[in-house]
Ligand binder design. Structure first.
Ligand SMILES: Cc1cc2nc3c(=O)[nH]c(=O)nc-3n(C[C@H](O)[C@H](O)[C@H](O)COP(=O)(O)OP(=O)(O)OC[C@H]3O[C@@H](n4cnc5c(N)ncnc54)[C@H](O)[C@@H]3O)c2cc1C
Length: 421
């Protein structure tokens, strides 16, 4: 059968972009389909501007990712667009989204990825146990494209669900809350705003019940502008349903304006103003692809070894509760790295389908630990190489690992190295 592409990646977030670059560098004719006009996903269109999963969480942070995420860090540094490791519960780095968007354009172009912006995946067909084609809509109508292997990085599992692969929504014991990333300007760079000050300011405003949701989160300042970013305005909704999503979008934007009035009461923040919301609400969790392995928190807590380890995780288990709007965080054992297997990115019933990023298969806590963007770029790189091999008819976990190693991916703790804060 002739195909248009070797590999088709749906969704150009941090995971999908890494997957497409990895597949193309591996020699695969690669199509990347993205509904927005830029790459980066949450990092570009949801104001999620803190990269987690790059560093271990102990006293001395070690860089836990090499390969494509390692290159992204280096390129962000060349733009002076990323901070050194910072701490709030975990260890992360804050970055400028415009620099990341430009870097992803450069890296996909250099790799020879065929990128389609403004293209929404609306369908997929199946031939036996394999996905055969994907349909996307743009202003010209609908187009069908074929490939030998597919990577779903839509976060919502759209391609997998349309293609009849086994998926599930969230986990049996719950689905994480969604939150609107919000950016405030007009706060002088010398003014420090703490999470406690925000909590106190929200309490002191005495909002009527239902006006706002969360009162505590990480607070960061962006490297170029000094704009302050918070993840506060939250909603309980179903991202698969446009009606539910629309109510959440509007309600969290209303909340953002209420939070502004609280922030303006903090000393030094009297001139604060709203720079941007989102533009879209951040869905932390939606569908997962049901894969050959579901990574559990027990696997992580016991530092389980996998023969098919393709990346090191470093982040902990976050839970953002839909009823209480309270967030909690569990650290990984020893605040050190743990192994992520390829089999939690490989569909259980569709051999030519892989996933990465927040679609990766994990239980409530395991999935929450590996979905973050630094780790998502690492799982994306692995999924891209595995898909390239599959398209060539020669999928093997051993060969995927060999190629990942050759591409600089970190697969053992010995490869990690300390990074000054
Ligand atoms: C409020 C909030 C705070 C967070 N905080 C952090 C943090 O501090 N650090 C961190 O590392 N992570 C954080 N996360 C988690 C992180 O943002 C996600 O887990 C991560 O972005 C997942 O990457 P991804 O590439 O899998 O998905 P996404 O970033 O969601 O990218 C998916 C891409 O697919 C595209 N897409 C979706 N459907 C289709 C379709 N049908 N057709 C075409 N394109 C499609 C989307 O436009 C998007 O570009 C946070 C998340 C939220 C919501």
């Amino acid at each position: 059968m002739s195909t248009d592409y070797d590999v088709i990646v749906a969704g150009g977030g941090t995971a999908g972009t890494a997957a497409a670059i990895a597949a193309a560098r591996d020699g695969a004719r690669t199509l990347l389909i993205e509904r927005h006009g830029c790459l980066g996903g949450a990092a570009a269109v949801r104001n999620v501007l803190t990269l987690c999963g790059l560093y271990t969480l102990g006293e001395t942070a070690h860089q836990a990712v090499g390969g494509i995420p390692g290159e992204v860090i280096d390129r962000l540094r060349q733009f002076d667009a990323i901070t050194p490791p910072q701490r709030f519960r975990g260890v992360f780095a804050t970055f400028e989204p415009e620099a990341l968007k430009r870097i992803f354009d450069q890296m996909t172009e250099e790799a020879g990825v065929d990128t389609r912006f403004g293209a929404f995946v609306t369908g997929a067909t199946r031939d036996g146990d394999r996905i055969a084609s994907v349909r996307y809509a743009d202003h010209g109508g609908e187009t069908t494209v074929t490939a030998g292997a597919f990577v779903d990085c839509t976060g919502d599992g759209d391609m997998a669900a349309h293609g009849g692969a086994s998926t599930r929504y969230g986990n049996e014991d719950g689905v994480n809350l969604g939150t609107l990333g919000t950016r405030f300007g007009g706060i002088p760079k010398g003014v420090t705003v703490t999470a406690q000050q925000i909590s106190d300011a929200v309490a002191a405003r005495g909002f009527p019940p239902g006006t706002v949701t969360k009162d505590r989160c990480v607070i960061v300042r962006l490297p170029f502008s000094g704009d302050m970013v918070v993840y506060l305005a939250s909603a309980d909704y179903d991202p698969r349903d446009a009606g539910s999503l629309s109510r959440a979008e509007a309600d969290t934007r209303r909340q953002a304006w209420a939070y502004l009035t609280a922030i303006q009461t903090i000393e030094g923040c009297e001139g604060a103003y709203l720079v941007s919301t989102g533009p879209e609400i951040g869905t932390r969790e939606s569908r997962h692809l049901n894969c050959r392995t579901r990574l559990t928190w027990d696997d992580i807590a016991s530092r389980r070894s996998f023969d098919d380890c393709i990346a090191l995780g470093a982040w902990g288990a976050e839970w953002h509760d839909r009823d209480s709007f309270v967030s909690s965080f569990d650290y990984p054992p020893d605040k050190a790295t743990y192994q992520i297997p390829l089999s939690c990115l490989h569909s259980v019933d569709t051999p030519n389908l892989f996933c990465a990023g927040r679609l990766a298969d994990g239980d409530r806590k395991g999935g929450a630990a590996i979905r973050v963007m630094g780790t998502g770029m690492a799982t994306g790189q692995a999924a891209g190489i595995a898909a390239s091999l599959t398209a060539g008819g020669a999928f093997s976990a051993v060969e995927t690992i060999d190629r990942l190693r050759a591409a600089g991916a970190f697969l053992t703790p010995e490869q990690t190295f300390p990074v000054p804060a």
